[in-house]
Design a binder for this molecule. Structure first.
Ligand code: GTP
Length: 489
């Protein structure tokens, strides 16, 4: 029993596999070859004209693996190309001897790999220069996907003709669907394969984690629900095309942009590109099953448009996260973690309007540490900072969630107390003063603070209210400190 669970742990231990794949060049090539052949097989599902498929998924895998692993993966890719050449010859009943097929396979392999290899190097270089600007990398990727698939098309087709795998007459009808199919393979699936391969080979040449904001996110039931809705909409649109048998209804597939943008706005990068990969697979599967070959061009363009849209959508969570971070920085005092002066003023303006509209009291408390300069001078700024943090923490504990504690500047703090009369505000100030009696700086100096408390008068603004509370604080200082004074009306 014990050895069985040990065995299982070894078999599914991702870190162990990561190490093995990283250390063994052979294992890496064999694993990639198996995946490449499996993905190629899926592409056959949607072949609709000789040598052209709705989408050519291996192009995406070729690009992704060259991006992550460089030309060290060449043996796997070349072997894959040779094997599929043998397979294709059988499929199209091309009668070439084995040596001719081997030559055709190798030439096809080089023509297929070279443009994607160069595209991958260019993208890697550009990404290193501008890793903080994800939308720029996405544009660069889309352009590289279009150009490298175009070059691959115009290298592979003449190679197929030269090696008697394809007739000259087929070129005109084949090159466009060939190109769009390859481009769909790269645009739609390369991002997914990059995410997938990065999980098993994290220290590859191109790291997703180097790109700003592309954090991994856990798979959740919410994501699953979105995927399911997306799959249902996709199936409905394709069923519509089948039932009505009209090219117009095939265009309904563009509705998929909606759920994909929803996923793009709310989920992480990897979950996003996985959803596009899944949609493209489902489209290919239903095209095959429902016999929708007449509309494949519509589906081919739709897959590309949806993938490009979703990739741009990847920048949205990054922007939202940056925005949240900036708000946090702008609205929080970095030393004490209480509200910043800006946030305090914004909220005060709002609370004053509320208080005047609802005829509810609003009080303001201003307080500052006594002889803080001495603490700094005697114990150093670091201890002074700790005193500020301690006071902020202690004051926060005495307040309700609706109250807002903020740092006005230096050692001066402000508390906004909605729906609070001056007597209650004074009581809170006295409670804080009492609790401060237990706080000693460097175990010797007792921390004290003085408070000024004011209640909002009719037609008063924040400036006036603050000035009255600040004057009361000054009175508390004059009266001997370590106390609270009420503001005059
Ligand atoms: N450690 C630390 N000191 C600060 C910070 N901001 C301002 N100060 C210092 O806080 C002191 C403020 O002193 P004052 O409020 O003028 O006077 P005080 O010594 O507190 O005297 P009273 O307020 O009259 O009791 C100055 O010495 C500032 O340099 C800060 O973020 N950290």
């Amino acid at each position: 029993m014990k050895s069985e669970s040990l065995h299982r742990a070894t078999l599914f231990d991702r870190r162990l596999w990561q190490e093995r794949l990283q250390q063994s060049w052979l294992l890496r090539n064999v694993a990639l070859l198996c995946l490449w052949l499996l993905v190629f097989e899926i592409g056959w599902l949607v072949e609709y004209t000789h040598h052209a498929s709705v989408w050519y998924p291996v192009a995406g895998l070729t690009f992704a693996s060259l991006l992550l692993l460089g030309f060290s993966i060449l043996p796997a890719l070349l072997t894959g190309c040779v094997l599929v050449t043998f397979y294709t010859a059988q499929h199209y009943q091309i009668t070439l001897d084995e040596l001719q097929l081997l030559k055709a396979g190798l030439l096809f392999g080089l023509a297929h790999i070279l443009p994607y290899g160069i595209g991958a190097i260019v993208l890697r270089t550009l990404a290193k220069q501008g890793a903080r600007d994800i939308s720029r990398i996405i544009v660069q990727f889309l352009v590289i996907a279009a150009v490298s698939s175009f070059c691959a098309t115009w290298l592979v087709i003449p190679t197929l003709v030269a090696t008697d795998m394809m007739s000259q007459a087929e070129i005109t009808a084949t090159w466009l669907p060939f190109w769009i199919g390859d481009m769909a393979g790269v645009m739609v699936l390369a991002p997914f394969f990059v995410g997938l391969l990065s999980r098993v080979m994290p220290s590859a040449l191109f790291r997703l984690t180097d790109l700003a904001g592309l954090k991994q996110q856990q798979f959740s039931s919410k994501y699953l629900m979105k995927l399911l809705l997306n799959a249902l909409l996709l199936t409905f649109c394709m069923l519509l095309a089948k039932v009505t048998d009209s090219p117009n209804s095939a265009f309904a597939i563009f509705f998929l942009v909606i759920p994909h943008m929803w996923i793009a706005c709310s989920e992480s990068a990897l979950l996003n590109v996985s959803s596009v990969a899944l949609s493209s697979f489902l489209i290919a599967f239903w095209v095959h099953l429902f016999g929708l070959m007449d509309y494949v061009m519509v589906y081919q363009f739709a897959i590309n448009v949806i993938a490009a849209n979703t990739l741009f959508g990847l920048a949205i969570p990054t922007l939202l996260a940056d925005n949240l971070q900036l708000r946090k920085v702008a609205f929080t005092d970095s030393l004490t973690q209480v509200a910043s002066r800006d946030r305090l003023e914004q909220r005060a303006a709002l609370e004053i309007i509320r208080s005047q509209q609802d005829h509810k009291p609003l009080s303001l408390m201003v307080f500052d540490i006594d002889y803080f300069k001495r603490i700094n001078d005697e114990f150093g700024h670091h201890v002074g900072d700790q005193a500020l943090q301690q006071l902020a923490r202690l004051a926060q504990q005495s307040l309700r969630p609706a109250d807002l504690l903020g740092r006005f500047g230096g050692d001066e703090f402000v508390v906004l107390l909605p729906q609070t009369e001056i007597a209650a505000a004074l009581h809170i100030a006295e409670r804080i003063i009492e609790q401060l009696q237990q706080v000693y700086i460097a175990d010797v100096h007792q921390l004290t603070a003085s408070f000024g408390v004011a209640e909002l008068n009719n037609d008063e603004d924040y400036e006036q209210l603050f000035r009255r509370a600040d004057r009361a604080l000054y009175q508390a200082k004059l009266a001997g400190r370590n106390r609270a004074c009420l503001a005059a009306d």
